[in-house]
Ligand binder design. Structure first.
Ligand SMILES: [Ca+2]
Ligand SMILES: [Ca+2]
Ligand SMILES: [Ca+2]
Length: 383
């Protein structure tokens, strides 16, 4: 082989890398553990395959390179349309919106050092994930940066792969979503158990909109500093007694705010997931509870969801059903006590990479009810 050809091939391999490891199966390169991106740049994969096919480089050479250096680009666009029964709430307007428009760069900087940088351009562009991960020890993977706090199954499931168009209300209110900090995670040998523990800045809830208690979801994301001298500690444990069943428990504790506004927050949750890919059935449920101790009053919030999916046309058409509840303050029965039922249809053109979803959500309130049933439709493309 000519020297110049060889240099070009190696340079190309270094740039593209990890897709090569999977050139044989026509799937996309794997993201680092726990990432919600699933594939790289197809054009690059095509080039890799061509280089190997032409005998310029071997598959082994590409694989070795991929482990040391790789950079993949991926992203997705979610476009929504909504119709709400009645506009009794000011923010609920019918129409279109870009729900998410994300671009992510991820890969290996060194053999055991991974990275991910992700931004969401929908609305006000903002940083989502930005982290560095070291997986020298597969049972003790360290991660620093901004990423999702290990709490809540539905929260940790990529929004490109959840059964309903939107996550459950209880998850949107109680789960911290992204925060800045440090975590350790891994599989306990045997694969029966996996864990994740972490310490993060933590922050008080964002101001309440619909509910009497504000939302903790993303409350600490992109903060330039901690809100006080206290950290949020979280942990999650998942047991997989069989391939088709997963049971998870998670908890967190944080002291948010300072002075007279200081609040002690304690949350926990349990979840169950059962999947039968052969029959195209899935069943999932989760319960979350949050206790807030503050001057004047203590508040308990809780909620749950149960959902089932069934493919009526294998691989392409799935019927989805979800029943959920959320109570922002268990001491009072009011509009905050919700019971929602979602009926959905998911049409998968190419798995989660290209799909259309439609949800009708029947929204009931415990007291002071109002007309707010919602029809949502979403088109999604991952690339
Ligand atoms: Ca804090
Ligand atoms: Ca209540
Ligand atoms: Ca209603």
């Amino acid at each position: 082989m000519k020297k110049s050809k060889c240099i070009i091939a190696i340079a190309a391999a270094m740039f593209i890398s990890s897709s090569a490891a999977y050139a044989e199966e026509v799937v996309h390169p794997p993201a680092p553990a726990g990432l919600d991106v699933h594939f790289g740049f197809p054009g690059v994969q095509g080039l890799n395959e061509l280089l190997v096919k032409k005998g310029i480089i071997t598959k082994e050479e590409l694989e070795a390179q991929a482990k040391k250096h790789s950079m993949n680009i991926s992203g997705y666009i979610q476009f929504q349309g909504s119709v709400i029964e009645n506009n009794d709430v000011v923010s609920d307007e019918d129409g279109f919106r870009i729900r998410r428009a994300k671009l992510a760069v991820f890969g290996n900087a060194y053999e055991h050092v991974k990275f991910k940088l992700e931004a969401n351009f929908a609305g006000t562009p903002a940083l989502d994930d930005a982290f560095i991960e070291d997986d020298h020890l597969p049972y003790f993977v360290g991660r620093v940066g901004q990423f999702k706090v290990p709490f809540s199954l539905e929260e940790l499931t990529s929004d490109t792969e959840i059964l309903s168009i939107e996550r459950s209300e209880v998850v949107k209110q109680i789960a911290p979503e992204r925060d800045q900090g440090i975590s350790f995670s891994g599989d306990i040998p045997g694969g029966l158990l996996s864990y994740s523990i972490g310490a993060f800045n933590g922050s008080k809830a964002k101001a309440a909109t619909t509910y009497s208690i504000g939302s903790y979801n993303d409350a600490a994301k992109n903060a330039t500093k901690n809100d006080n001298d206290q950290l949020l500690y979280a942990g999650r444990l998942v047991a997989k007694p069989a391939g088709w069943i997963k049971v998870g428990v998670n908890g967190l504790t944080s002291t948010d705010g300072s002075g007279s506004g200081e609040e002690d927050r304690t949350s926990y949750g349990i979840d169950l997931q059962i999947k039968n890919p052969k029959r195209g059935c899935s069943l999932q449920g989760e319960y979350l509870n949050q206790r807030l101790e503050k001057t004047g009053a203590d508040v308990t919030s809780e909620g749950f969801y149960v959902q089932a999916g069934h493919f009526v046309v294998p691989k392409h058409l799935e019927v989805a059903l979800k029943y959920e509840g959320y109570d922002a303050d268990t001491a009072h029965r009011n509009r905050d006590d919700i019971r929602w039922t979602t009926v959905g249809l998911n049409f998968y053109i190419d798995g989660h990479d290209a799909k259309l979803m439609a949800n009708y959500i029947f929204k009931n309130e415990g007291d002071d009810s109002y007309d707010n049933d919602t029809f949502l439709a979403q088109a999604q493309l991952r690339f």
